[in-house]
Design a protein around this ligand. Sequence first.
Ligand code: MN
Length: 245
Amino acid sequence: MTVLADTHCHLDLYPDYADVIAEIDRLRIEVIAVTNTPSVFRHCVALTRSSPHIHPAVGLHPQLASQRQHELHLLPELLTETRFVGEVGLDFVTQDAMDRQIQQRVFSTILEQSASHGDKVLTIHSRRAAMEVVEMIGAGYPGTIILHWFSGSHRVLQAAIRFGYYISVNSAMLSNQTGRRLAAAIPHDRILSETDGPFVTVGGRVVRPAQVQDVVVGLATLWNVDLLEASARLGENFRRIVPCA
Ligand code: MN
């Protein structure tokens, strides 16, 4: 049986998270539950403890790097409690040189500490900083790299693919021509599905993990294959990273 996976979802930020978790369990969706600061990681673990399908990730969102860098000292211990890291990365929407520098220092620390474990799965934000992110991670990183909601150039995408990274695609990305062109350029064995809920809306409504099915439908259309074939490809990619428990 093929698995449906949401590899980037902020489960702890849904006001009705208990309903969302019940839905995940009912539909047996595999979810990487990213968090935005180290201090909320254990809270997310506690919320999701009852579900065998949810994988909490420890993160420090780049847009919170300046404000929350003092929480970095929590990271070494939390990294022993999960295989999953996210949301981390760089966001260069800010023009502030100091903020960018702090983001780079925080991300570099997280990359180094995660690398020392060798088997981490990292879901990474790279808005307006795709080249910088790929340069910082480089080739041969000891762990699994997932570039989430990639919006960089085709040249940087090709480098990421050469370096062995995965790319996760969501509904927002598939809703425009630029995003669809990028998605079409990702090899079929390197693509994953995600929602980035609750930060993405479809038809004016906040997406939920169950709607990761829309991404499967979108990719089936893009690839010109049937739904079974598209979900089989995506499921196989996810199981290569996260084998059955
Ligand atoms: Mn996110």
